[in-house]
Write a protein of this length. Structure first.
Length: 195
């Protein structure tokens, strides 16, 4: 039967084929739909963003910005100098108690955590400290990361040295990028209006 160019198939003739085609299409799309609904896991450096600042010449603040949907374990933090000396007396704030499927009853942090880390008199006199910070966190979807080790360097307030830290390049001036022949005759520009 046909009405203005549209052909109708009687239910008895094509119903089985049409149902099979719809079912096959739905089954083929299921994995794609399931994948689209699952959130993508972030790299740990993006899920747990570290930053540091000097509080004074003897204390550093290590801050973690924790992405929504992720958390960090309070008892999984470790602070060492890059020489391997474990730093004691670190001030970790109280966390939220959680019954964790991986570690049992534990304290965790969400959104942000600020940790006070004391430094030695030797680091203070050098004007900077290099730290190895170890931490561990998980995503709410049930994935835990392996412990993450990050290295940071902090310039301390009141330090007596402005020398670069070992292994760090010395600071450069604007003329360092010029060819050698031009460098010897460079001098700062005269103040405006002095010509």
């Amino acid at each position: 039967m046909s009405i203005t160019g549209i052909r109708f198939i009687p239910a008895s003739a094509g119903a089985g084929k049409c149902t099979a085609l719809i079912l096959f299409t739905a089954i083929a799309w299921l994995p794609l739909m399931a994948t689209a609904q699952q959130p993508e896991l972030l790299d740990p450096e993006k899920a747990f963003r570290i930053s540091t600042r000097a509080l004074d010449e003897r204390n550093v603040e290590v801050r973690f910005e924790i992405t929504e949907g992720y958390y960090m374990y309070r008892d999984r933090f470790k602070f060492e100098t890059t020489a391997g000396k474990v730093i004691a007396d670190v001030e970790l704030p109280k966390g939220q108690v959680k019954q964790d499927p991986f570690f049992g009853k534990t304290e965790t942090y969400r959104r942000e955590v600020r940790i006070r880390v004391p430094v030695t008199a030797g680091d203070s006199s050098r004007g900077s400290v290099k730290l190895r910070v170890t931490s561990q966190g998980c995503a709410d979807i049930g994935v835990c990361y392996v412990p993450l080790e990050q290295f940071v360097e902090v310039r301390l307030r009141g330090g007596s040295s402005n020398a670069p830290a070992a292994g760090m390049p010395p600071s450069s001036s604007w003329s360092d990028g010029l060819p050698k022949a031009l460098r010897k005759n460079t001098s700062p520009a005269p103040p405006a209006g002095s010509r």
